[in-house]
Design a protein around this ligand. Sequence first.
Ligand code: SF4
Length: 704
Amino acid sequence: MSTQSTASTCCYCGVGCGVLIEHDGKRVLDVAGDPAHPANLGRLCSKGATLHKTGDLAARALYPELRLGKGLSRSRTDWDSAMSHAAEVFGRTIAEHGPDSVAFYISGQLLTEDYYCFNKLARALVGTNNIDSNSRLCMSSAVVGYKRSLGADAPPCSYEDIEQSDCLLIAGSNMAFAHPVLFRRLEAAKAADPSKRVIVIDPRRTDTCEIADLHLAIEPGTDVALFHGILHLLLWEGWIDRDFIEAHTDRFDQLKTLVRDYSPAITAQLCGISEDDLHSAARMIGTAPSFLSLWCMGLNQSSAGSAKNNALINLHLATGQIGKVGSGPFSLTGQPNAMGGRETGSLSNLLPGHREAGNAEHRAEVAEYWGVDALPANVGLSAIELFEGVRSGRIKALWIACTNPAQSMPNQTLIHEALATCPFVIVQEAFFTTETCRYADLLLPAASWGEKEGTVTNSERRISHVRSAVAAPGDARPDWAIVCDFARRLEKQLRPGQPSLFDFTSPAQIFDEYKALTAGRDLDYSGLSHALIDTLGPQQWPFNAETGQGTARLYSDGIFATDNGHARFVAEPYRAAQETRDAQFPLILNTGRLRDHWHGMSRTGTAAQLFGHVEQALLSLHPDELRRRNLNEGDLVRVSSRRGELILPVESDAQISPGQAFLPMHWGDRFLKGLGSNVLTQPAFDPLSKQPELKQSSINIAHA
Ligand code: SF4
């Protein structure tokens, strides 16, 4: 068969690059950047460019596998038996213990149509809000930040703002590694216009800092103090937009009173930076014609994640730098479809169409649309709570899809205990090699990138059509098809004799049902369809039938998504992280991405080429810390936190401040002695977003 080209999107990060899949109908042969896709304009990073090398069949889950008792091995089975068994166990569990005895833990890597089916299954059929996703670990603080300040979970900017901004502030993001194609766009823009100012806020001097005019290496976790200190100076210097504040915002006086306490001297001391640098940052922001901020996990993965998001958004509202070309607060999403998950309601507290599970009116709207009496009002469990519920025995049947909590969740000791003791665990996965698969009582093989169809939304609200190029191997099926097959069987127990809610035959049909739930909402994309995306190309929401076009920038009219149309300043004082240094644990551990790996490496770990960048997990420490402990590079150390320990080699890294340590997030217990990087990290979470503080744990090290 001759070579063909299928346009699709990369399955890794939230940049959402367009790819052209070269294939012969059976195998993916090569991948190229799609020059027609607005996100990447033909560029790809090392991960995207090697996608065709990561489909290793030896690592793929090919057939359903079932075991009928803990401690037994799983045996291959067929789909009919697997689905009947799953429906029987879930049905029995719900009958005996109620709908909240089951839970679903899904993923920012699912497609929008997959998400929608899972949500409908949990809320409309099972009757539980116990459905959460790994986006809880990723973006939930940004969700709260946007909603509190602007009234809706909607990043208001576009990637083209990166090129058009005069001053960019990158906070808590190693964009050069985590969002490489966007970083290349920034590099090119700065090369073309060196007057563009870039400020990077990061305790580590990462590769992203290479482009910075000013690097603020703050003490870990002090971002709120820094943003308040900058606002203090903006006020002092008169670099705020009083007309904008007056006309378009509320609650500024409260914030003004709060930031009086964040004088340059106090802020500089709290943040561990110089007053001169603080003044420089304020001057760059306050005098720039346009100001864009970009942030990621450094702000979000924190017990003060919501406050950090809001303190940064405050700077935009105070300067009126929002809704304009080159300006606005722009959160970068980590996963390819974390946005789609938020849109379809895939956090326990949400419902489709940016609705709230805790809002009776919203529940009634969705219930009526789905044709069910009511949706559950009980508060659903967020990721950390959900696994605590599994360990305590409250959750008796757990369905995990397209994510690897036995590697990615904090406090791995608890997670492994929970999974080992849960009476029934379904794992729906493309790769059987993940740490979580070993806990599966039922393993369901899922189709993966290049094999399935649907849509994803990237960081700039752009919806792309993900297309399949080749058939899934073995008996693997698309995620939505697995969910619908199961749901139709469970319906026979829970809704006997009633028409099915899951009679979907294609992702396009699912999209058409779902999109109506966005009508009239802030994200309204009821005017879109798979076919229209194919005609017009990827589109940014809102995109309704009336306008017939996407929207590059939100709030250009100064009207926000709040009840009165005003944005809200949020005044919250700086709070220290849950764990700081002490005599027993004198180092602060930061975890994060490497350039060439993705999450738990189920996919990137199959490509030798991607190990060329960094071959093994290393604990990075400042040379002074090594000297103080009489350690040399490559020495094995025992790293301990209050939750567990790991043994791994150290490396010397002068880009890390003394008193801090860095560990890549990718290595689980398949690769490391101990339960992987996250055996050390902590489950403390932000009270509003419930996002855990993966970025800051206190540790100690000793010779192994
Ligand atoms: Fe894929 Fe992200 Fe790289 Fe683009 S930047 S090719 S979406 S990993």
